[in-house]
Design a protein around this ligand. Sequence first.
Ligand SMILES: O=C(CO)COP(=O)(O)O
Length: 248
Amino acid sequence: MTRRKLVAGNWKMHGMRADLVEVEAIAAAAAAHRQIDVVLALPATLIGPAAAYAGPLAIGGQDCHANPKGAHTGCLSAAMLHEAGASVVIVGHSERRADQNETSQDAWAKAEAARAAGLRVILCCGETEAERDAGRAERVVQAQIEKSVPEDANGDWFTLAYEPRWAIGTGRTPTPEEIASIHAIARAKMRQLVGDAAGGIRILYGGSVTGDNAASILATPEVDGALVGGASLTAAKFVPIIEAAAAV
Ligand SMILES: O=C(CO)COP(=O)(O)O
């Protein structure tokens, strides 16, 4: 099954209104490469202003609450993100697992809530360095998928992102062979859970993707795109990754 490449940027806790010029330039690159999908997951404060002119660039949130509303000070529901202009949301990012003690079950509930509100979902998984060193990377990722991937997931609304924690913001990446191997294992696990629909679900690689390594990572078997942190913050760094995906 052919799957369109997807390049997603995650601005994390970066970005002020002055940075909307970068969003505008990235949106222009997305418009110039419509054969792929491009997403920018922005701080909630920038979703509305960015969505107003993003065009083919899909604007996303970085988290949502699992409940549709309620007494949850400081939290945002999926419907709020949707109303602000987001069409997609990241759930289960390793920084939220580390900083907010989120679990794979939380990611599952957030994915369900996002879908119910009309958002597409990018759900993250990935092992720590200690888990990889102990030879447990595959089992950790399989367990995360088993607990977090909704049983009705399909490629229309659901994307998986494999982000080994030790590769995030470190400049270190797994080899293409290691990435291909984990992605194949992830897809096999999803096939057990959702059947043939797994063939349509994109699996992104994330962790220290840059303009320099994007072409080789994006050409790796089983890699359907990239989830990019630091190198998505400026058009100068992110557009070469979009171009690399469009050229695969
Ligand atoms: O966490 C990431 C994207 O969600 C990856 O971050 P970096 O690209 O900065 O390593």
